[in-house]
Design a binder for this molecule. Structure first.
Ligand code: ADP
Length: 614
């Protein structure tokens, strides 16, 4: 097509050419006329004018021609640039991973890039001119055409397709796949509309999301226990059945041999085969691949488990036969690494009828191994801590038990010494009294240690019988009268309402109240008040000790009943941290509850319940 200026120039050129032709003919005619007629002045003037006109026309014609040439060159350059830009654009569309498909008003495909070829499986050649509906499952075709028409009328020039629901594409193979798509429109010079669909295959992303979801669900089961054996059993079950058909966990132990934990799959034959494989002893000298993975702490993916592979990694024909019976097709061997130690190897395999593992599944399997390793490590640490605590309690129990006799001998001797010392020998009496006080304190501490050890193993001796509560409360309060008076703290036993007899061990209940009162006194300032109350509540009696002391920080509340837990430094006299643990142990051995309410700066109330007798 020629531009308007070029057309103008061509017209001018043609005009000039005509003038030149006509002029030349006229000039020749006048010369002939002059030759015939003998020439007059007028004729010469006409000739001169014609010659000038001709000259002008030639110059004008030349100019028009030159300008037309320029124009043609420019146009050629512009066209070349346009072609290059189109090629570049087509190139970009072709390398795009997404499908870019343009359709006309009738939804016939007019552009179909390489991405579309890859995603849908049809070539551009096959698809140009075909309906866009070919690329979607039957059930969407009708609705989709209507959507595009509606979009053609809509004011916006682009929109996301199927914002609220999933859309699916249809591959040449007939498989459907989940997709995300957007559509844009462009009105052409002739008024026709071109729609361009940009579509992304989100199969992989969906798979990744799904795998992550399953991983999270599987891993959540790890939090259900802190026990090592239970954790191992739950680890080996984690990948089933979503990641593999079977699994075996091999754990490093304190012995030469690895502990082999087979998964339970629910398939009788496979479970039997797994059990048989778990029966093959494995140590660091075994030819098993597990040993290499333990040594190098690197994941191994055996894409094709062949007989040769099995033979190379088993010690003898019997082990080979057992491994072969698993029917493994592909296998992951994943080291369980935590705090730079390999704790074991998790083998996850798929049997012959299952698909091979994908790259995504490898990544998921590795993540699973990481979580499993942390869980196993935590369980082991917890077990070690528990064992240490048990050992400590045991040692304390033994020592306290053995100390009891010599300590009571010291007490008896000190009291005898005191009795034999005359009143006037004050310095000697004071020494003897000190020994008696210290002996009593030591004896109480030993009793506490023994109590706590017994509570721990559920062997605290509590002899319940019907008892009246008021005398028990009075005995306990009496123990602290002198000390509270000395410390300027009011100790009050509220008038007691009528109370039923309770079922309890009077000595032990005095011990509970003593522990609570001793704390209340310890954490109260001069001028404070301690109030002891009791009231019947259904078939229980509730007893409480309230103080106006320092109170307990909310963060400490869950800890105060723990054994050996004590706020260091804040207590006027450092305690052993056993008082509340023992009090709660005794109350619970009675079938009751002990709890605390407290506000920092206002005071604390400790309450417990005991059952009424009968
Ligand atoms: P101990 O008193 O020997 O430290 P306990 O088991 O009796 O051990 O008490 C545990 C902790 O609970 C104390 O260290 C203290 O911080 C807190 N506590 C107990 N009773 C009171 C109380 N009446 N007022 C304030 N804090 C208390």
């Amino acid at each position: 097509m020629l531009s308007t200026t070029s057309k103008l120039r061509l017209t001018v050129g043609a005009g000039v050419l005509s003038v030149v032709l006509v002029g030349t003919v006229a000039l020749t005619a006048t010369q002939r006329a002059a030759a015939i007629a003998g020439g007059g002045t007028e004729l010469r003037v006409v000739q001169a004018l014609l010659a000038i006109t001709l000259l002008l026309a030639v110059v004008l014609g030349w100019l028009a021609y030159a300008s037309l040439q320029d124009d043609l060159v420019l146009r050629g350059e512009a066209e070349a640039a346009l072609r290059a830009s189109e090629a570049k654009f087509a190139g970009i569309l072709d390398i795009a991973a997404d499908a870019v498909i343009s359709v006309d008003d009738h939804q016939r495909i007019i552009h179909y890039n390489r991405g579309a070829e890859r995603i849908f499986g049809h070539t551009a050649e096959e698809m140009i001119g075909k309906s866009l509906g070919t690329l979607m499952p039957d059930r969407y075709r009708q609705g989709h055409a209507a959507h595009i028409r509606a979009f053609g009328q809509a004011p916006e020039s682009a929109r996301q397709m199927a914002n609220r629901r999933e859309i699916f594409g249809l591959r040449k193979s007939g498989d459907e796949f989940p997709a995300e798509a957007s559509i844009s429109k462009l009105q052409q010079a002739n008024g026709a509309m071109v729609y361009t669909v940009l579509l992304r295959d989100v199969t992989e992303r969906r798979q990744r999301d799904e795998a992550q979801r399953r991983l999270a669900a599987a891993v959540a089961t790890l939090g259900e226990t802190l026990e090592v054996t239970a954790t191992e059993r739950s680890i080996v079950q984690l990948p089933l059945p979503w990641l593999g058909n079977g699994a075996i966990l091999d754990v490093v132990t304190g012995t030469r041999f690895l502990r082999r934990v087979p998964a339970t799959t629910g398939d009788g034959a496979l479970d039997a085969a797994l059990g048989a494989v778990a029966g093959i002893p494995l140590d660091m000298d075994s030819p098993s691949r597990v040993v290499d993975v333990l040594r190098h702490a690197e994941v191994e993916h055996v894409e094709e488990v062949t007989d040769e592979w099995l033979e190379a990694h088993t010690a003898d024909a019997a082990a080979f036969a057992r491994m072969r019976a698993l029917g493994m097709r592909s296998l992951f061997l994943l080291p369980l690494v935590a705090r730079e130690h390999v704790l074991g190897v998790l083998q996850i395999f798929r049997t012959a009828d299952a698909a091979p593992f994908t790259d995504l599944e490898r990544a998921i399997a590795e993540e699973l191994a990481l979580r499993a390793a942390f869980a196993l490590d935590n369980a082991r640490l917890y077990e070690t801590a528990q064992a240490a605590t048990r050992a400590r309690d045991h040692a304390l129990g033994v020592v306290s038990h053995d100390l009891r006799n010599p300590i009571s001998a010291i007490g008896m001797s000190a009291r005898a010494l005191l009795a034999a010392t005359p009143e006037e020998d004050a310095p000697r009496r004071e020494l003897a009294e000190n020994i008696v006080t210290s002996q009593e304190l030591t004896q109480r501490m030993i009793r506490d240690l023994l109590d706590v050890a017994n509570i721990e193993v559920g062997r605290l001796s509590v002899e319940r019988r019907p008892e009246e509560l008021p005398p028990i409360m009075e005995r306990a309060v009496a123990l602290f009268r002198r000390e509270s008076a000395e410390r300027g703290v009011v100790l009050a036993l509220d008038p007691l309402p009528p109370l039923p007899a309770i079922s309890g061990d009077a000595e032990r209940l005095v011990q509970v109240l003593s522990n609570l009162l001793s704390n209340a006194l310890r954490y109260s300032e001069r001028g404070g008040r301690i109030t002891v109350r009791a009231e019947a509540q259904g078939d229980e009696v509730r007893v409480s000790v309230a103080d106006t002391g320092s109170g307990i920080a909310p963060a400490s509340m869950p800890l105060i009943f723990e054994r050996y837990w004590t706020v260091r430094g804040t207590a006027p006299k450092g305690g052993t941290g056993l008082g509340l643990a023992i009090a709660r142990g005794i109350v619970e051995a009675h079938g009751g509850r002990l709890w605390a309410e407290s506000e920092v700066g206002k005071g604390s109330t400790f309450s417990f319940t005991v059952h009424a007798a009968g």
